[in-house]
Design a protein around this ligand. Structure first.
Ligand code: FE
Length: 336
């Protein structure tokens, strides 16, 4: 068999198909719609294709786009597995009846109870913290320690945020609405907006803006910082693990489920088992600087150096039910 790493790339309106590996028989094909495509070519997928002699095709896109795509394709979808980079889209897919229930003891062993659907429609793959980032040159570690603190007037003209339409931000806001209520969340976001944040297109843009001095604080997922630090250990940005005296730092998850109607159910479950095994978990955590679903897996040194922190895991059900409200609230306060 041949590994054709990223050789066959089809681009259809932003929908990127990558054949990871090929093998002979058509019964060993698996099509994955994956929002993890923006992390590039990930080793665990290549290893699965090679180890199990599977023709694995990955179609990439934003989690919300992939969800919409499976929904509109209905029974004709080619997707066997859906992988998202946030919990909201797993919840959406489950609510819309797009995922099959998977009752599997191995998956239950691999993925802790808090990181999978109580109804068995999806399973967590990795965990990601969305927290405050600060310039190590211009902001001390104690200057801002809470999400609400980003609304302090001292950050006027010094705050950078990713666009309010980003799934990560929508999930963050929906989770806050579920836990703090709409009024308190709105008040916090209004204070953020009063600081005239610079709105940028990606988490990486936010980190780069802090590093180059166009802003001093921001909000991003921590693994993007891990990558910057891998390239440049002196990259002048550090995380502040937010809300340690409160609920803890907001933690979302990347997860996966079997698409309803697949004719490759057994193979799909095999992929899910494989990706949640300790060995692959370690690869995800170390190569992409995320946190494994298994809390015993130590993060990569680039992130581990900032110490451990109290997590506030996303309330998947609660946040899911407030997604539409979150979008509306962000529009109301002008976070676009
Ligand atoms: Fe990401």
């Amino acid at each position: 068999m041949t590994l054709v790493s990223l050789a066959a790339v089809l681009v259809v309106a932003g929908f990127v198909g990558v054949v990871v590996a090929t093998s002979g028989s058509s019964s060993d094909r698996l099509v994955v719609y994956t929002a993890r495509s923006h992390y590039g070519e990930e080793q665990p997928f290549k290893d699965f294709a090679a180890d199990t002699d599977t023709k694995l095709t990955l179609f990439g896109g934003e989690a919300s786009e992939l969800y919409e795509r499976i929904k509109s394709e209905g029974d004709d979808t080619r997707a066997d597995v859906l992988i998202t980079v946030d919990a909201a889209n797993l919840w959406r897919a489950t609510e819309a009846g797009l995922l099959e229930k998977v009752d599997d003891p191995e998956l239950e062993r691999n993925v802790p109870a808090g990181l999978r659907d109580p109804g068995d429609h999806w399973f967590g793959l990795t965990v990601r913290a969305r927290t405050i980032m600060r310039s190590t040159e211009r902001v001390g570690p104690e200057e801002v320690t809470t999400y609400a603190g980003l609304g302090d007037p001292r950050w006027k003209g010094r705050l950078c945020l990713r666009s309010g339409t980003s799934d990560y931000n929508v999930s963050f806001v929906a989770d806050r609405i579920a836990k703090d209520g709409r009024e308190e969340t709105k008040a916090m976001l209004e204070r953020w907006m009063a600081n005239d944040p610079e709105i940028l297109g990606s988490d990486v843009d936010v980190l780069d803006a802090i590093a180059d001095g166009s802003c001093d604080v921001g909000l991003t997922n921590s693994y993007y910082l891990g990558r910057e630090l891998e390239e440049d250990p002196d990259f002048p940005v550090a995380p502040v693990w937010a809300d340690q005296n409160g609920r803890g730092t907001h933690v979302n998850l990347s997860g996966l489920g079997v698409v309803k109607g697949t004719d490759q159910r057994a193979k799909a479950i095999e992929l899910m088992q494989y990706l949640t095994e300790p060995k692959q978990q370690e690869l995800f955590a170390h190569n992409n600087f995320e946190f494994a679903a298994d809390p015993d897996v130590r993060p990569a040194e680039e992130i581990a150096q900032f110490g451990t922190f109290k997590r506030d895991p996303i309330d998947v059900q609660g946040a899911g039910e407030h997604l539409e409200d979150a979008l509306q609230l962000m529009e109301e306060v002008g976070w676009d």
